[in-house]
Design a protein around this ligand. Structure first.
Ligand SMILES: [Zn+2]
Length: 73
């Protein structure tokens, strides 16, 4: 996947970045190490490729699968 133009603002300054992604799924924070996605420095738009989405889903699915909430109170 190659993106040369930001789909939001049309800037050609959008770049592929490789960094740790921190997301929130159902109120829980999760991290995806070394996620690759496009980020526009002009408007802040982020574009995720298929591989990036799969990594995010793999991490967030781990939380949706653990529905046991133990209350220590
Ligand atoms: Zn943009």
């Amino acid at each position: 996947m190659t993106i040369n133009q930001c789909p939001t603002c049309g800037s050609d300054r959008i770049r592929k970045v490789h960094r740790k992604w921190t997301g929130v799924f159902q109120g829980q924070t999760y991290n995806v190490e070394g996620l690759e996605f496009y980020e526009c420095p002009v408007c802040g738009e982020r574009v995720f490729g298929r591989e990036a989405i799969r990594k995010i889903e793999a991490q967030s699915a781990a939380f949706s699968g653990s529905r046991e909430i133990k209350k220590t109170a």
